[in-house]
Design a binder for this molecule. Structure first.
Ligand code: TXD
Length: 318
């Protein structure tokens, strides 16, 4: 690497300047993590959002470049491409209703973005998440470790919140783990979810644990139902930020991410939420936890569900 590129600012391209994308741009700039390029198909929207964010920079005290654009050439040489482009769920819609329409969008986005940033790491956010990550991996032709999906960090943060509310302890004292596909079949893991190291089944009765797991599984729908227009974006953008930071700062953090499985957990050739070590290479390692038979079965069901849909959309779109 030459000196100029070693010292150039880190750059994150965010494709999809909607609620999640624009909130993520704000978090990245305000925490001084990287320069941001915000891209959308809608003309004026990313430019307007970028200018608005830039005009706040003196007030909040950062010096990051924020560009809004409709042109992929402006995303050139990004270190990370985050894909949030697509349509969100409407009330009553499942994440899978979005399969076809968002599949076409993420394929197009991935093909354009990789042409300008061939070395980038890709973090996919668009729903239905695990299937979309697979499409992006295929479309970019990158090694699978450089392409991952964000969902588990958000689902775990929701579980963490519900545990903290139930036990009246600060959320920072709670560490929660949720695996599986980003959908109703996700697999919260109570015995790997702790308060200062104490597994929650030691602190809560089984019915309460089950209630919190259930609320976590439907955490996205709960917000969609309340908002009526659009979905969650504050916690999602904070969760993406955590992954982007882990990659850019090469933190080797253990985070649940949608990663490509080649036999781990007995699953093959699909993207699914599992605990990963995340750093500059992307997914450095997949951790295989010991699961109960019931959890193992749930993870298999979640994997089967994702795999069928992945194969279906691959046939239709590729
Ligand atoms: O945990 C997770 N993975 C998720 C996923 C958490 C929250 C949101 N989740 C999904 O992310 C959600 O179901 C959607 O599929 C995406 C984006 O959610 P957001 O709430 O930000 O949706 P918006 O506000 O509708 O923004 C989508 C933007 C919007 O500005 C469109 O104009 C743009 O995407 N869009 C495109 N940009 C570029 N290129 C193309 N082709 C395109 N099509 C739409």
């Amino acid at each position: 690497m030459d000196l100029a590129s070693a010292y150039r600012s880190r750059r994150v391209a965010i494709v999809g300047a909607g609620n999640v994308g624009s909130t993520l741009a704000q978090r990245i700039a305000e925490k001084n993590l990287a320069d941001v390029v915000l891209l959308d198909v809608v003309e004026g929207r990313p430019q307007g959002l970028a200018l608005d964010l830039l005009e706040a920079s003196g007030l909040v005290g950062h010096h990051r470049q924020i560009i809004g654009t409709n042109d992929y050439a402006d995303t050139a040489d990004s270190d990370i491409v985050v894909i949030t482009a697509g349509l969100p769920r409407k009330p009553g819609m499942s994440r899978d209703d979005l399969l076809q329409v968002n599949g076409k969008i993420v394929l197009e986005v991935a093909r354009q973005a990789i042409a300008y940033s061939p070395q980038a790491r890709f973090v996919v956010v668009t729903n239905p998440l695990d299937v979309m990550v697979y499409l992006v991996w295929k479309a970019t032709g990158l090694p699978s470790q450089q392409v991952m999906g964000m969902a588990g960090v958000l689902d775990s943060a929701r579980f963490q919140t519900f545990i903290s509310l139930e036990l009246k302890v600060p959320p920072q004292d709670v560490s929660a783990m949720v695996l599986g596909g980003h959908g109703d079949l996700m697999v919260p893991l109570p015995q790997y979810s702790t308060v200062c190291g104490i597994p929650i089944p030691e602190l809560l009765d089984q019915a309460t644990v089950e209630r919190l797991c259930d609320r976590t599984r439907h955490g996205g729908a709960e917000i969609v139902g309340l908002l009526q227009r659009g979905g969650a974006y504050s916690a999602p953008s904070a969760a993406i930020y955590k992954m982007v930071e882990a990659i850019l700062l090469n933190q080797s953090r253990i985070l649940p991410a949608s990663a490509y499985l080649e036999g781990q957990y007995g699953l093959q050739d699909l993207y699914l939420g599992v605990p990963c070590r995340v750093g500059w290479p992307g997914v450095e390692e997949i951790l295989e936890l010991r699961l109960t038979d019931a959890e193992h079965d749930l993870l298999q069901r979640s994997g089967d569900f994702v795999k069928v849909r992945t194969e279906q959309v691959l046939q239709q779109l590729m």
